[in-house]
Every structure is written in C-alpha cells, then in structure tokens.
Design a protein around this ligand. Structure first.
Ligand code: NAP
Length: 295
C-alpha cells in the first residue's frame, strides 16, 4: 500500500451514531470517502459533504485500499460480509474493524480476513461519538505492527490517543471488555446512589458533582487496585474487606428502610460476605477477586 495521506481513499461501512462520527471526521479532514450503510438514508448528510455512496458492500470494499467498519456487533459484521460474492479484490487491502465484540470474535474475524488475503486490524473505541477526532480520544488497535503503522495517520485523525495494543489480535477487544465491565458497575452504582438521593431528598445533580470532584482520587484508586491484584499484595490495607463489607451491608438495610431497589446492594453485600467467610476479612477490598475467580 502507498503512503497514507489526505488523497488516500477510505471506505466506511456502517453509518450509525459511531460510524457517522468516524466518517464525518475523516471527510472534514479532507479524506476521500466511499460509504455504505444498510439504511441508505443515513448516508445523505455525508454525500452532501462529498462522500460517494457505494451501491453494494462489495463495491465499498473494492473502492479503496483501506476500509473501516463500525456496526452494532460482529453478528452484524458477518451478515454484511455474507453479501460479498467474490473476494478477488481483497488481496493486500486493509480492513479496520471497530465494532465492539468479544476476544474470540476478534480472533475468528482475523482468520476470516487472512483467509481472503486481506490485512486485518481489530480496534475498540473508548469514546462517545461526539468525542471522535478529539486530542484525548482513545481508540485501541491490535494486529500486525507494520499494518498499524501504515494506517496510523488515518486513525490519529479519529483519536489523538490512538493506542497500539500489540500483535495479539484480541488485545483491543479484551481491554474494551474489561473497561465495559468496570463501566457496568459504575453506571449501576451511580443509579443506586441516585435512588438513595431521591429517597432522602438530596439533589442528584449535587451527587453527580461530588463524584466528578472525586474522579481523580477514584482514578488513582483504580491504578492502585491494578497494582495490588497484579502483584497479589492485599496485605497492607487502608480499608479492609471486613470494614467495606460491613458498610455495604448497611446499604441493604438502607434499601429496606427507604423502600428502594436492592439488587445491586444485595449482590455486593453477598460478595463481600463470601470473601469474609473465606478468610479474607483483614485484606484490602481488591481481594474480593479471590472469590470472584471461583466460577
Ligand atoms: P448504532 O447507532 O445502533 O448503529 C448500528 C450500525 O450497525 C448501523 O449502521 C446499522 O445499520 C448497522 N447494522 C446493525 N445490524 C446490521 C445488520 N444486520 N446488517 C447491516 N448493518 C447492520 O450503533 P453505534 O452507536 O454506531 O455503535 C456501533 C459500534 O460502535 C458498536 O459496536 C458499539 O459498541 C461501538 N461503540 C459505540 C459507542 C457509542 O457511544 N455509540 C461508543 C464506543 C463504541 P442500519 O443503519 O441500516 O440499521
């Protein structure tokens, strides 16, 4: 492939919220785009900005040396690929897949593309659509380094904090899954906190503001947890599982007293109790991973 510059044509498949943000950012930076989406109406604005609409998935792939795909999930990606009848023109083409999925799905997708002679990179977007193109926006990419380096000028336009995760194709999706697991807890935890505020007459926006102010301390705490778990060093706690577990048990009591949902608090209190029962009460709270490791 020739050196990438603003004259390089790029195909973008998938024009939902994220795909449209990727495509419009590339167009605004001067790249020539060919786009394809199942619902053609979603291409209208991009066509007005100068994008070409491909009449099929096959012609979108054929149009340019680099194709970016971002659709709901890998099932959607496979159903799009099933529309391709001939892979004659895929040799040497580069395909960057940014739909979210599991590590196994990334490995299977790489096998599919390499069997067709195409270069494959698997990526994960750690941003909202409105953040695409930002200096601090993070996209993780896995795959062959030489391929990554070829397309890095394109991907840097989309994410200032473009991060190469190495040759193992599943690394980006593995880390995406880990981040999402964290976010699932954060979102549910925040909403339980909001229920407490509603029940007790506290402005939820004030709660949000307090959490914002705590965010750098919480960030440092996450880095600390990573270190503690990595080095199996739970034995110098500032707060023990016994103390945190007793505080969390009070949340179950509060939910009962206030008549609010207790799904999260019952689950969390149960996990901490399990860790105490297993003899980890004097260790720091990251040690709950020891009971979580038991399937
Ligand atoms: P979206 O707005 O719901 O768009 C979904 C896209 O997938 C549309 O282009 C849709 O086509 C296409 N699609 C779904 N099923 C299909 C099928 N069977 N055949 C053909 N096309 C199909 O979703 P999104 O927000 O853009 O998300 C896309 C990916 O980005 C997801 O994997 C998501 O996890 C990831 N992501 C999103 C965000 C975010 O904040 N939105 C953040 C990080 C990562 P139609 O338009 O024809 O329905």
């Amino acid at each position: 492939m020739k050196t990438i510059n603003n004259n390089t044509g790029i195909s973008v498949i998938g024009l939902g919220s994220m795909g449209s943000a990727l495509a419009s950012t590339l167009i605004n930076k001067g790249f020539q785009l060919t786009v394809w989406n199942r619902d053609e109406n979603k291409a209208r604005t991009l066509i007005e900005l100068g994008a070409q609409m491909a009449d099929s998935v096959e012609s979108a792939f054929a149009a340019n040396p680099v194709t970016i795909m971002c659709v709901s999930n890998y099932e959607a990606a496979h159903s799009i690929m099933a529309q391709v009848r001939t892979y004659d023109k895929w040799a040497g083409k580069t395909f960057i897949h940014l739909s979210s999925g599991t590590p196994k799905e990334a490995r299977d997708m790489e096998l599919f593309f390499s069997s067709k002679g195409a270069e494959y990179l698997d990526g994960a977007i750690l941003a909202w659509p409105s953040q695409i193109g930002g200096e601090e926006t993070t996209i993780l990419i896995s795959g062959e380094q030489v391929v990554f380096e070829k397309v890095a000028p394109i991907m840097k336009v989309l994410a200032g904090n473009l991060t190469y995760m190495g040759r193992e194709i599943a690394s980006a999706s593995s880390l995406f899954s880990a981040v999402l697991a964290y976010l699932a807890g954060e979102w549910i935890g925040f909403c339980h906190g909001a229920l407490i505020c509603e029940a007790e007459g506290i402005d939820v926006e004030v709660f949000g503001g307090i959490m914002h102010k705590l965010s750098s301390i919480l960030g440092a705490e996450l880095a600390h947890m990573g270190k503690v778990i990595r080095h199996d060093d739970y034995y110098n706690p500032e707060s023990t599982i016994k103390t945190s577990g007793s505080d969390i048990a009070k949340l179950v009591q509060h939910a009962r007293e206030a008549g609010i949902n207790s799904d999260l608090t019952t689950f969390a209190a149960g996990l901490f109790k399990k860790a105490i029962d297993a003899g980890h009460g004097e260790e720091e709270h990251a040690a709950i991973i020891k009971v979580m490791r038991n399937i």
